[in-house]
Design a protein. Structure first.
Length: 213
């Protein structure tokens, strides 16, 4: 009897909530249309502030602070879970070693879509988040569709061209490989660790205690 009563109470509550949503739907539709421009303007301002902060962090370094000669500029596209905008990067020559020097995306918490002169910088936190989402079944195509909505969250405004799945995939797996190597015990120089093709795998590796330094 108690279960039936509780079930009836939940049903009544759900029906009341549905009725309330239907009742306020016309007013909500009106507000979405009326306030969309101001919401979009506020989002654009937040994006510009974030972009300004990122642009100020762009620094070219080589040879322990040696002088640089500015050769030109390169524009890359910055992408994270909320924003997508162009960054202007200086291209320089080091006057000490005479080598071409470009800004490293890793120093700004990003990862390039290619190893040399990348055109897209993905924020590393986005790549880290997808490693979790992928484990829950999200495809790269689904993530790209989600990012496109996040970058343009207002249905009354058109979306820009989505990021290609193969571009993101290449960056994601290259980042995963380097991130794994940078955190594995063997690559960090721990003594007494086993060696071989499975040495970095916590499931397959032989216990370190069975090996002598």
């Amino acid at each position: 009897a108690r279960e039936k009563t509780a079930g009836r109470i939940r049903k009544d509550r759900v029906e009341a909530e549905d009725a309330a949503w239907q009742e306020r739907a016309p007013a909500d539709r009106h507000d979405i249309i009326e306030y969309a421009p101001s919401f979009a303007a506020a989002a654009a301002r937040r994006c510009e502030l974030f972009k300004l902060d990122m642009q100020q962090q762009v620094v070219v370094q080589c040879c322990s602070g040696a002088a640089m000669k500015l050769d030109g500029w390169q524009t890359v596209e910055f992408v994270n879970s909320l924003y997508r905008f162009p960054l202007r990067l200086p291209l320089c020559t080091c006057l000490e070693c005479n080598k071409d020097v470009a800004v490293s995306p890793v120093r700004l918490g990003c990862w390039g879509n290619t190893p040399v002169r990348p055109s897209i910088w993905f924020e590393q936190s986005l790549l880290q988040s997808y490693s979790t989402s992928m484990g829950q079944g999200m495809s790269v195509r689904g993530l790209m569709a989600l990012l496109n909505k996040q970058h343009h969250p207002f249905v009354l405004y058109p979306n820009q061209k989505p990021i290609r799945t193969d571009v993101f995939t290449a960056a994601f797996y290259s980042y995963q490989a380097v991130a794994h190597e940078s955190t594995s015990l063997t690559s960090l120089g721990c003594q007494g660790m086993p060696t071989g093709p499975f040495s970095d795998c916590p499931i397959c590796a032989t216990l370190p205690g069975k090996y002598k330094s």
